[in-house]
Design a protein around this ligand. Structure first.
Ligand code: AMP
Length: 192
């Protein structure tokens, strides 16, 4: 069963492609952004701690996110296949995920990056903010999220490239075009 994650800037299409890929492979789709927005809506302690940071485009602290994800991955039993969207987002989170994987005897098959130029990302989010109503979709906040991505998340590309599991996919063009590129890249690797 597929165990993959998407590593790409905000607005690059991780959610859209993640849902499709998970469906196609019959595995769970897990988005840390969705999980956190759900905590915010339910006003849980985690939601209350995270709301301000999310609204201003900052990352939620590593320990809180790691705990939330690993809890979901292991309860009530180990999730056998998944597509992760939005996690890990820092080297610390990637290391925690790696150590956890070693402990439970599991690894990622693939880390899929979606390359989309910054101007295209901004164009897309302007469109998205018209109908999503997401608090972190204003252009200023979005540009800040892109800077946070460049500083803290982009270095993960090298982390996974050096482990030989990075699939670099061109994220421009239509949803169907990007989906076909992802399928072609995955067809090249072994999924046990
Ligand atoms: P997303 O929907 O993935 O763009 O995430 C929305 C917001 O949730 C981000 O801007 C962060 O504030 C927070 N978030 C989501 N995933 C993570 C993560 N892995 N680490 C820290 N913060 C996260």
């Amino acid at each position: 069963m597929l165990r993959a994650l998407f590593l790409a800037a905000p607005g690059a299409g991780k959610g859209t492609q993640g849902v499709r890929l998970a469906e196609k492979h019959g595995v769970v789709y897990l988005s840390t952004g969705d999980m956190l927005r759900d905590h915010v809506a339910r006003e849980t302690p985690l939601g209350k701690a995270a709301a301000g940071m999310m609204a201003s485009g900052e990352l939620v602290p590593d320990d809180l996110v790691v705990e939330m994800v690993l809890e979901r991955m292991t309860k009530p039993s180990l999730v056998p296949g998944y597509v992760l969207d939005g996690f890990p987002r820092t080297i610390q989170q990637a290391e925690a995920a790696y150590l956890w994987g070693r402990e439970v005897g599991t690894t990622f098959h693939a880390v899929i990056s979606l390359a989309v130029p910054r101007e295209e990302l901004i164009r897309r989010v302007v469109e998205r903010s018209r109908d999503s109503g997401r608090a972190d979709d204003s252009v200023e906040t979005f540009e800040h999220r892109l800077d946070v991505y460049d500083e803290l998340t982009e270095p993960l590309l090298d982390f996974y490239r050096s482990r030989g599991i990075l699939l670099e996919v061109d994220g421009t063009g239509s949803i169907a075009e990007v989906e076909a590129r992802i399928d072609a890249a995955l067809a090249e690797i072994t999924i046990d």
